[in-house]
Ligand binder design. Structure first.
Ligand code: FAD
Length: 476
């Protein structure tokens, strides 16, 4: 076994880990990143859940399926007629794999460019001692490396339903949901969170009869209620069958498909028979194979690594970021934490503002928000003003043929500081960026209302919603 010494070793090459490694190298540290993800040929595939079975492939499939839906339902409005429209699922999946590989290769290139040493294998703690920590890398070869600082970014795994393990044939996690070889006639989705809705949307657009079963009584409970209600209305109209307040009693995985027994919101026993079942009921922090006990790294009752506000663990010079720690399981949150930790190691003031992390659901219409919801403000007893502006009254949205949804502003009743912005509608994922910047700079609704926005653009709906806070919309 060779012994290599590094200033910083990052365990995990997802968005938290690979970005932390690049930033550490930029800051002059001799840095290594260890990642165990394998591509179809057993080779390295850095990028973690996000790149391989998360953000990137899901958006590739959402794009393909949206094109298909547009071609089938909306092209005719533009005078474009098509006959014999069909979907080659294998080709769609192949394109998605190409997009994933481009991202994997891009990260390997970035490692080279920034002189990050990449190890393909599993990293585990061996012991603390000397100038830092000894870490074993188990890959094609076994190596021992030493690190002055360790950043753990080992991510998360899909949570299975008790008694219904993932076989990725019929009972699918996000992994299997992204590679169903042909459009299932009937698809069940347990859990109406971001992942369930995005995956359900892909296969519904391609023709599957999709039923979503959700345990909670409210749809999209974390989303502003007004926006969530609008979303439920639109998704139902699109054909998603959403059932809330259900209690799953049994999942039987047979050769021909899956049978789900549950009680509905009225307490009546029901059965749902489907060809495939996606289970998206949350994710669990992943420390498999990390061997945290060897060094006494503290985990909480959920298995997440315990960290303070600055991502410090209970051990000196051991940090943890991303899905494996508290906070929202989002790629950009993981990245921000990775950058901040590298900067803190360098003695700088790393910065992550949890109040301005944007959230996006890439359904159609997209849903995006930043800051607080109206129900949170009410619960906190905060005096606020609200303003909404519908895309129906936006010229660009009309030209796009996509007028669903609205922009909603929430601002402090006295100071007018923006407290939350909520969007359901076309390109909400892009539109929310303006509000994130505004909130980061503690802008008021009036600040946005006074900024010149291009015409015709969807962003005018943001300006109008800011005007609506003061009841002075111009176009509605
Ligand atoms: P991960 O991306 O999980 O990466 C961890 C890496 O560490 C993996 O490669 C893992 O194999 C490796 N690893 C684990 N243990 C070891 C070890 N001991 N040694 C070596 N390597 C190890 N978030 C968004 O912000 N936007 C989205 O649109 C979005 N879409 C999503 C869609 C789906 C279907 C899913 C499942 C998730 C989505 N997410 C999205 C969430 C996002 O993927 C995660 O928040 C993000 O990947 C977390 O990054 P991470 O670096 O903490 O961990």
């Amino acid at each position: 076994m060779s012994n290599k010494q590094f200033d910083v070793v990052v365990i995990g090459g997802g968005p938290g880990g690979y970005i932390a490694a690049i930033r550490a190298a930029q800051l002059g540290f001799n840095t290594a990143c260890i990642d165990d993800w394998k591509n179809g040929k057993g080779g390295p595939a850095p990028g973690g859940t996000c790149t391989n079975v998360g953000c990137i492939p899901s958006k590739a499939l959402l794009q393909s399926s949206e094109h298909f839906e547009h071609a089938g339902h909306h092209f005719a409005d533009h005078g474009i007629s098509l006959s014999n429209l069909s979907m080659d699922v294998a080709k769609m999946l192949g394109r998605k794999d190409t997009v994933v590989k481009q991202n994997n290769d891009g990260i390997l290139y970035l490692f080279k460019k920034n002189k990050v040493t990449f190890f393909h294998g599993r990293g585990s703690f061996v012991k603390a001692g000397g100038a830092g920590y000894e870490i074993k890398v188990s890959g094609a070869n076994e190596e021992a490396i030493e690190a002055r600082h360790v950043i753990v970014a080992t991510g998360s795994n899909a949570r299975a339903l008790p008694g219904a393990p993932f076989d990725e044939e019929n009972v699918l996690s996000n992994d299997g949901a992204l590679r169903i070889p042909e459009v299932p006639k009937k698809l069940g989705v347990i859990g109406s969170g971001v992942i369930g809705l995005e995956m359900g949307s892909v296969w519904r657009r391609l023709g599957a009869d999709v039923t979503v079963l959700e345990a909670l009584p409210a749809f999209l409970g974390a989303v502003d209620e007004q926006i969530a209600k609008e979303a439920q209305k639109v998704f139902t109209k699109q054909g998603l069958k959403i059932q809330l307040g259900v209690k799953i009693s049994e999942v039987k995985n047979g050769k021909k498909g899956v049978s789900v027994s549950y009680t509905d919101a009225k307490g009546e026993a029901q059965t749902l028979d489907v060809d495939k079942l996606i289970v998206s009921i949350g994710r669990v922090p992943n420390t498999t194979g990390l061997n945290p006990d060897a060094v006494g790294l503290k985990l909480d009752e959920r298995g997440a690594i315990v960290v303070d506000d600055e991502c410090r663990t209970n051990l000196p010079n051991v940090w943890a970021v991303g899905d494996v720690v508290r906070g929202p399981m989002l790629a950009h949150k993981a990245e921000e934490e990775g950058v901040a930790v590298a900067e803190r190691i360098a003695g700088q003031h790393g910065h992550v503002n949890f109040n301005t992390i944007p959230w996006v659901i890439y359904t159609s219409p997209e849903i995006a928000w930043v800051g607080q919801t109206e129900q949170q403000l009410k619960a906190a007893g905060r005096a606020y003003k609200a303003g909404t502006f519908p895309f129906m009254a936006n010229g660009r949205a009309r030209a796009l043929g996509d007028t669903t949804g609205m922009v909603k502003f929430l601002a402090d009743a006295k100071t007018d500081e923006i407290l939350g912005v909520h969007i359901i509608g076309p390109y909400a994922s892009e539109l929310i960026a303006e509000s994130v910047v505004a909130m980061e700079f503690k802008a008021s609704a009036e600040d946005i209302a006074r900024i010149c926005h291009a015409h015709p653009s969807l962003s005018e709906a943001t300006k109008e919603a800011a005007l609506a806070v003061d009841k002075r919309t111009l176009n509605f």
